[in-house]
Design a binder for this molecule. Structure first.
Ligand code: GRG
Length: 296
């Protein structure tokens, strides 16, 4: 099976799990649930859930074992996109090929739907069904890691740095920190949490963490290059925004060619990091290359 068909099958599985687990209510909260579902089912690539499932496979478990984690990761990621698109932040009208949530449901509901998705991630991970399924120590460690990855020290902190460095002279330390926290932290945690929940060893978790740190940089540099060179329709979001807003990015710091070289260097480090895991990490190695070549 080609990597693209493989990813597409995994995406379908994640979509079904999201649909099954997300609240579907016919009461006074139904508009809020519709807003949560609008963004979740607008067509994301499901990279973070797929990485978590792949990490579980690498440590010898069936990928379906970590579906609650896959759902939680996509909810956290989607919340961050909804809030990132708000007028107070990046002020975007298009996301995943559709009008952004606040354009359709209004700003207040977009804030609440984002909040509800973030909270729902922790509801799923701590629900009695989930708790009954995993070893308590591992599950608690995963919940803690998800809280750290989403919190002020990583995702939210990275977003804070991103916003506060807009329009200022760019420096390497700031760009490295933005990328590590805003983008790479959740990618790393998708892998380490997937492996941890599936019973992986400390060594396997370390290897996957190192791969995730580097994959996160590849992901962000590609995102920045797509902003400069990509197509609005293919990307499903606005392009050339980073320059307009004076964002601190690697292409701004290093030039396009320098950024491409940096991305390639991180693809190589990511793939090399996987070597001790052998053939079972082949899909992850292919994903690093794919993420550097993606068009959306
Ligand atoms: C608001 C707390 C908060 C954080 C926002 C996610 C984010 C941080 C900002 C979005 C802008 C951006 C370019 C982020 C870095 C890369 C990234 C997360 C891109 C979007 O992820 P994809 O490509 O999106 O996996 P899909 O739609 O496929 O899920």
């Amino acid at each position: 099976m080609s990597l693209l068909s493989y990813l597409s099958a995994r995406r379908e599985l994640v979509d079904k799990a999201l649909d099954d687990m997300l609240p579907r209510v016919d009461n006074e909260f139904s508009l809020l649930c519709q807003a949560m579902r609008y963004s979740l089912f607008a067509g994301g690539k499901r990279i973070r859930p797929i990485l978590a499932m792949e990490a579980a496979e690498v440590v010898g478990c069936d990928h379906k074992t970590v579906l609650p984690l896959a759902v939680a990761l996509e909810c956290i990621h989607t919340y961050s996109l909804i809030h990132d698109d708000l007028p107070a932040m990046d002020d975007d009208d298009l996301r995943r090929g559709k009008p952004t949530l606040h354009k359709v449901f209004g700003e207040a509901l977009a804030i609440l739907a984002g909040d509800a998705l973030l909270t729902f991630a922790f509801e799923v991970m701590s629900s009695p069904v989930t708790v009954g399924f995993y070893r308590p120590g591992r599950l608690l460690a995963v919940i803690h890691e998800l809280a750290l990855a989403s919190g002020a020290g990583r995702l939210i902190g990275g977003q804070f740095l991103d916003i506060s460095s807009e329009g200022k002279p760019v420096d390497a330390t700031t760009v490295e920190s933005i990328v590590a926290n805003k983008t790479a932290a959740l990618i790393r945690s998708s892998l380490t949490c997937g492996a941890l929940l599936a019973g992986g060893s400390a060594e396997e978790i370390n290897i996957l963490g190192r791969y995730g740190d580097n994959l996160g940089v590849v992901f962000q540099v590609k995102d920045d290059l797509l902003d400069l060179e990509g197509d609005r329709t293919e990307l499903g979001k606005a392009v050339k925004k980073d320059q307009q807003r004076g964002k601190a990015t690697f292409p701004r710091l290093l030039g396009r060619q320098g950024a491409r070289e940096k991305m390639q260097a991180h693809i190589n480090i990511a793939v090399d990091a996987l070597r001790p895991l052998g053939d079972k990490s082949a899909v992850l190695a292919q994903m690093a290359v794919y993420i550097g070549e993606r068009v959306n």
